[in-house]
Each structure stands twice: as C-alpha cells, then as structure tokens.
Design a protein around this ligand. Structure first.
Ligand code: SAM
Ligand code: SF4
Length: 342
C-alpha cells in the first residue's frame, strides 16, 4: 500500500477488522496468474505478461502467510484460486499444509476444472473440502469461442470427478454475457440439477484486461432470475445470508438451490468478509482495490510472523466502504482478474 494507512483509531483486535465494522475471515489465495483457458471476460487472447518467476511466492512463503492468516488473524476459510490453481505444481502440498493448521480452516478452490478429473481424488485426500468449477455454456462451439480453447469435455469430466471424490457441494460458477450465452440460464440449471451440482450466476464485473466492460452489455441478476422463472419456481431460501455473496433461491420448492451473485447491481460490500493474497505476495482488501500491501518484501526482509500480521491488519483497516463501480470516479484495478485471483 502506498504510504502506511492511518491506524491510530484502530481497536487492539488481533482480527482483520476495518473502519466499517466488518471482519475479514475469508482468505482468497491466488496460486498463479497463468491459465490454460483465455476466457474473453478475464484474459486477452495473447500478449499478457506473466508475473516474473522470482516475484512469485514459494510454497514455503505461501504456507507461512496462510498460517499467519489462520493462526493470528482469525481467518476461518481459505479458497485457492488464480489464474488456474491446478497449474500450480505444489498445490497438493499447499492444501495439505493448510489442512494441518490448528484451527483447521475450511478449504476450497475455484477452478476451470480442465485437469480436475485426474486431480480431484488426490486433492480431497490432501484436505480440500469443496470446489467451484466455472462453466458458462453447455455447447462445445460456444465454449471454444468463449474460452478460446476446445476443452468442454474436460470440464464435464472434472465436475464428475469432483462429485465422486466427495468435494461437495460441487458448485458451478456461470457468467452470462449478452449475445453470447444469455439464453443458457435454464439449460445450465437443468444440467446442474440433473448432476447434483449447485449453480451460481455471477454478474460480469469490470475486470477484463481490455477494459471493455460496458454496463449495458451486462446481463443483470434481475434478467437472470426472470429467465429462470420461465421454467422454474424460485422462492427465497429462508435464513440469514451473512457474508455470503450469493442470494439463494429454492428451485421448485427445494431442496435444490440456485444462487445469483449480483456484485454490480446489488453489491454486498457491507457484508464483505474477504481478504486476498496474490501469487506475488500482495495483500488486497478488495477485488477492486487500487492499492496493495507488499507482504513478500516483509517475508524476504526477515520480518517476524507478528510483524507480518500487523501489516496485514493495517491493510484490512484501510478497506474502502464499497467497490464504487457506480461512482463517477471509478477506474478498474490495474491487474486483470486472472492476476488478482477471482
Ligand atoms: N481459473 C479459475 C476459474 O476460472 O474458475 C479460477 C480463477 S477465475 C478468475 C475465478 C472466477 O472469476 C471464475 O468463475 C470466472 O468466471 C470469474 N470471472 C473472471 N472474470 C470475471 C469478470 N470480469 N466478471 C465476473 N466474473 C469473472
Ligand atoms: Fe482462466 Fe479462470 Fe480467467 Fe477463464 S476465468 S481465463 S479459466 S483464470
């Protein structure tokens, strides 16, 4: 973070508290900025520079930071993401080291699923609890156009392997785009219901490297729900939503549910409980932060665990009230989604 945040009014809590009464307990860890797909809303077809190798955290550095988050800062949930987390060579070891922490956090992963068929059982054995697999279309040609790779069959195989390995509930993340796949809300939900996956739609956010996001092109949560209601009866799921970003609906009376994450049209910033670590060791208090805090330099400079924890607390304290997508002065973060960790 450029300049130290003013923490003079911060209470003495060991947790990741902020000025608006929120507490971050959910850590998103980006394991790599690389990916084996090129989804149009996330990465350019080519020409994106990878993070330089010496800048990436080693497995030891990574597990030390996760340990600090869990044992000193009150993090209870760790999600591995990227880029594509399955491309990280030491993934199983990092998962196992996370599962060995006391208290043990809940451990999940967001993945495109391409190589999950081979990996799901090993990851479950290492301690992974759940997965979210991204899937925007059931049509192989569309998949190819959308991700610039012809790999839909691999995603289906990965999803089935995750279910068979007990990584439950297996969730599917879908981004709908106008003129691309907006007609697939109902078929995707039918597919997920038939296979026992839990579907969540995510509104497209301004995080693409081309900076081409346009609000009018975004398929809104309202539109998604209207589309689903042509085929299903949706009733709000009873109970507290807490910090969960998805609004969930019972499908045809339940028990199956579908989620809609309206990050743009109904932001959930007031209940946000997230903190993010990038593959090069920067902490971000929001997907849309314009600044980061360099923990890698602290680690490599010989800082103690408590010194690192104190700097992380300062980053959390400086968290903005909201992402501000709708404010006049909004500008996208410099990093694309693939380098922040979705
Ligand atoms: N590669 C993995 C995957 O695709 O699941 C993990 C990283 S990816 C960045 C995480 C999630 O972010 C995916 O579900 C993807 O669909 C979503 N995503 C990427 N760019 C997005 C955008 N501009 N708006 C909304 N969601 C986005
Ligand atoms: Fe890769 Fe995931 Fe981004 Fe698609 S959304 S390009 S799979 S990181």
């Amino acid at each position: 973070m450029r300049g130290n945040p003013d923490t003079s009014e911060r209470p003495g809590s060991p947790l990741l508290v902020d000025r608006f009464g929120r507490v971050a307990t959910d850590l998103r860890v980006s394991l790599t900025d690389r990916c084996n797909l090129r989804c149009t809303y996330c990465m350019p077809a080519e020409g994106l520079d990878w993070l330089p190798k010496p800048d990436l955290l080693s497995d030891d550095e990574l597990t030390r930071l996760i340990g600090i988050a869990v044992t000193r800062l009150g993090v209870t949930d760790v999600r591995f993401t990227g880029g594509e987390p399955l491309l990280r060579p030491g993934l199983d070891d990092v998962v196992a080291a996370t599962a060995a922490l006391d208290p043990r956090p809940r451990i999940s992963m967001t993945t495109n699923g391409l190589t999950l068929a081979k990996r799901a059982a090993g990851l479950a054995a290492a301690g992974l609890d759940r997965v979210n697999v991204s899937l925007d279309t059931l049509d192989p040609e569309r998949f190819h156009r959308l991700t610039r790779r012809d790999r839909l069959a691999d995603v289906f195989a990965g999803l089935a392997a995750a279910r068979d390995a007990g990584l439950a509930p297996v969730k599917v993340n879908t981004v709908l785009m106008r003129g691309v796949n907006e007609d697939e809300a109902v078929p995707l939900l039918r597919h997920c219901l038939a296979h026992g996956y839990q579907l969540r739609f995510i509104e497209q956010m301004p995080l693409d490297p081309q900076h081409g996001w346009n609000r009018d092109d975004m398929v809104t949560a309202e539109e998604i729900l209207a589309s689903l209601r042509t085929a299903f009866t949706l009733t709000p799921e009873p109970g507290e939503r807490g910090g969960a970003p998805a609004e969930r609906w019972l499908v045809d009376g339940g028990p199956a549910v579908v989620g809609v994450i309206a990050s743009v049209t109904r932001p959930f910033c007031a209940a946000c409980d997230r903190t993010r670590l990038t593959a090069d060791g920067q902490v971000r208090n929001c997907l849309f932060s314009r600044s980061e805090t360099d923990l890698r330099a602290l680690l490599r400079g010989g800082a103690s665990d408590e010194e690192v924890a104190a700097v992380w607390r300062g980053n959390a304290w400086a968290k903005a009230e909201g992402h501000g997508i709708d404010s006049a002065g909004f500008s996208q973060p410099d990093r694309p989604m693939s380098a922040i960790g979705g």
